[in-house]
Design a binder for this molecule. Structure first.
Ligand code: NI
Length: 168
């Protein structure tokens, strides 16, 4: 297993739209293992393949307290089952150090495939629902900062670019 490099906003590859996974093989399960290790190492609750510069529709997440309940979502999609909005202070491994309130539909029905291609459904609410929607956004080239005002987003971009210049 290895820890993968996480792209940071405003890296242009974070805007790529990921393509469906068609082959469920050793390479895919190796990538899943690396993404889980990368997510746990960075203390994140979710990671989309887009964030490690692999543009396939694949997400790993773990919203459990004990960090021992990983979920793997391949080719995920969802339906909104409760339009009510829930507010969370969202963060993102690609936008390190920033947390902002985002509103999203409260309850969703997720449909996805597991690591061997079996289709499953899951009703999600609360933090799990938010996390799934945030990660699926990544697969479509979208970031949580897109829900903020242009002023806030630009402020975050400027601060991160300054940090990135320091470390490059
Ligand atoms: Ni994120």
């Amino acid at each position: 297993m290895s820890i993968l490099q996480i792209l940071e906003f405003p890296h242009p590859n974070l805007r790529k739209v990921a393509t469906p996974v068609k082959v469920f093989d050793e390479e895919l399960s190796g990538l899943i293992d690396d993404m889980l290790e990368t997510m746990y190492d960075a203390n994140g609750i979710g990671l989309a393949a887009t964030q490690v510069d692999i543009h396939k529709r694949l997400i790993v997440l773990d919203v459990s307290e004990d960090r021992d309940n990983p979920k793997i979502l391949v080719n995920p999609s969802f339906q909104i089952i409760k339009e009510d909005l829930a507010e969370y202070d969202e963060g993102c491994l690609s936008v390190p150090g920033f947390y902002e309130t985002v509103c999203r539909p409260e309850t969703i029905l997720l449909k996805a495939q597991d690591k061997i291609g079996e289709v499953f459904e899951l009703k999600a609410e609360g933090i799990l629902s938010t996390c799934i929607q945030h990660e699926i956004d990544h697969l479509d080239g979208k970031l949580f900062v897109d829900y903020l005002s242009a002023l806030k987003r630009n402020r975050i971009r400027n601060k991160l670019e300054k940090e990135q210049r320091k470390h490059s």
